[in-house]
Write a protein that binds this ligand. Structure first.
Ligand code: GAR
Length: 203
């Protein structure tokens, strides 16, 4: 069974969408463990409800990164659950060598913009303020630089005249809930190949 580890800091809607997709499609993918740095993350409730192993591993020292010690703990737990793929789903801390070195080419992320546009925080607000007509979301392999790494799938979302940050983010999330589960399925079924920065879907 292909086992995924899911890391989130926020409400966990992507985790919910991934779990639903695995169930409805009957995929041979096991959500092995849900990890969060935030004791009030919705991801913990979702994991409890779905009967998935879950742990909160907080980081007291830093706000946006993990100390080496804490990152080591994430790696230890991910290995304990024999995770094949690490899926960052709104995990709001920069991942560094400790984890990336242990899961090289096996860590993916979802970002709420059409990368390389608008990396970083609240990408939907950045898009709205910039005045772009289209934005969207991107799944990508994680590399050391923030929101970089080979792009796997993207979905486009038009920016509407009356959009607020909330309405735009909501429509982006509807697309996230489609492309993230699909990305995981493609990887689990061995249907992706990478050449440099380019990711190809093989049939
Ligand atoms: C998602 O929109 C995701 O793209 C974003 O956090 C949100 C988490 O939502 N991630 C980033 O901004 C990472 N740079 P969720 O908790 O409902 O899945």
């Amino acid at each position: 069974m292909f086992t995924i580890g899911l890391l989130a800091s926020g409400k966990g809607s992507n985790i919910q969408a991934i779990i639903e997709y695995i169930k409805t499609e009957g995929l041979s993918i096991k959500p092995g463990v849900v990890l969060t740095d935030n004791p009030s993350s919705g991801a913990l409730e979702i994991a409890k409800r779905e009967g998935i192993e879950h742990h909160c591993i907080p980081e007291k020292k830093y706000k946006t990164i993990l100390s080496q010690k804490t990152e080591k703990e994430y790696v230890r737990v991910l290995k304990e659950y024999k995770v094949d793929l690490v899926c960052l789903a709104g995990f709001m801390r920069v991942i560094k060598e400790e984890l990336l070195g242990s899961f090289t080419g096996r860590t993916i992320n979802i970002h709420p913009s059409l990368l390389p546009a608008f990396p970083g925080l609240e990408a939907w607000k950045q898009a709205l303020n910039y005045g772009v007509k289209f934005t969207g979301c991107t799944t990508h392999f994680v590399e050391a630089d923030i929101d970089s790494g080979p792009i796997i799938l993207q979905a486009v979302v038009p920016v509407l005249k009356d959009d607020t940050p909330e309405t735009l983010h909501k429509r982006i999330q509807e697309k996230e809930h489609i492309i993230y589960p699909l990305t995981i399925k493609l990887i689990a079924e061995g249907k992706l190949s990478i050449s440099g920065r380019k990711v190809y879907i093989t049939s």
